[in-house]
Design a protein around this ligand. Structure first.
Ligand code: 48H
Length: 254
């Protein structure tokens, strides 16, 4: 017979088990947008334990809104193999630009990351980092609702061997590290220039502080790259590149 308190116990027990696992991961990815989801999935497929923290209720970041809320996005040829890998469809537009349905893209990336074994914690906001001599060793996390209500509730800490800042335009983790250590500078995102931005975001995906890697739009914020508007290939490519770099740093080369 279905019983209410059993439902409660099942949820609390299983979530607690999952959160306990997430307190010590190989990699913590901050942000569940396109770059974070791609990065997290590829890292998990390399056998690393990956926890992804997303402050909003749903993952997908800026994908859902497409361009000015028209829920289609554009990608370029170089990123098509990633779409194929995720089983996400695309349609040629003119030989250079390809069109992808934003809903299919967001849901496809989320599903694949989850299926690959990434521990996903939505409604969890990263508020700070832990730093030791070797670099960033973990994150400081709180329920998003605590920040929204302004209640004084202290956050908790989770440990990892590498952090990926995939928080988009704000580069939240890099910003914290920059302000608290003085050893990282955020140059700030520049005006729109899609071709340069797409190229730069992938190329400059990197470790910006010991143990801290940057992916996606946060790369533009750190390195002062232009923005690109609703073309998402660079985000996917940057996520994949970040996964390669982190895996290499943690001794997992393919
Ligand atoms: C937990 C957090 C926190 C936090 C933020 O913005 P995103 O989609 O990021 P990217 O870089 O993967 O993709 C960028 C793309 O969506 C975009 O904006 C483009 C291409 N713009 C071009 C242009 O010219 O404007 O996702 C970041 C995610 C979001 O879901 C946030 O809610 C989440 O990170 N996040 N999660 N703790 N402190 N801060």
């Amino acid at each position: 017979m279905i019983e209410e308190t059993t439902i409660t116990r099942a949820i609390v027990e299983r979530y607690a088990e999952k959160f306990l696992k997430g307190t010590r991961s190989d990699v913590c990815v901050v942000g569940g947008g396109p770059s974070g989801l791609v990065c997290a999935r590829y890292l998990a497929e390399k056998g690393l334990s990956v926890s992804l923290f997303e402050k909003k209720m749903s993952l997908g970041g800026g994908i859902w809104g497409g361009g000015m809320s028209f829920n289609k996005v554009v990608v370029q040829k170089a990123s098509l193999d990633i779409l194929e890998d995720f089983g996400v469809g695309y349609e040629p537009y003119d030989g250079v630009h390809y069109v992808v349905d934003a809903v299919e893209l967001a849901s496809g990336l989320i599903y694949a990351a989850s299926k690959a074994g990434v521990l996903i914690f939505n409604l969890c906001e990263v508020q700070d980092v832990m730093i030791r001599d070797e670099g960033v060793t973990g994150l400081v996390v709180n329920w998003t609702m605590v920040g929204m209500t302004g209640l004084h509730v202290d956050p908790v800490a989770v440990g990892c061997r590498a952090v990926v800042d995939a928080t988009g335009h704000e580069a939240v983790v890099c910003d914290i590290v920059a302000k608290k250590t003085g050893k990282l500078e955020l140059k700030g995102e520049k005006y729109m220039w899609a071709e340069r931005a797409e190229d730069g975001v992938e190329k400059l995906t990197s470790e910006v502080f010991p143990g801290l890697f940057v992916a996606g739009m946060s790369v533009a914020a750190v390195y002062g790259l232009p923005r690109m508007g609703p073309i998402f290939g660079g985000m996917l490519l940057s996520g994949r590149r970040a996964a390669e770099l982190v895996a290499e740093a943690l001794g997992r080369t393919p």
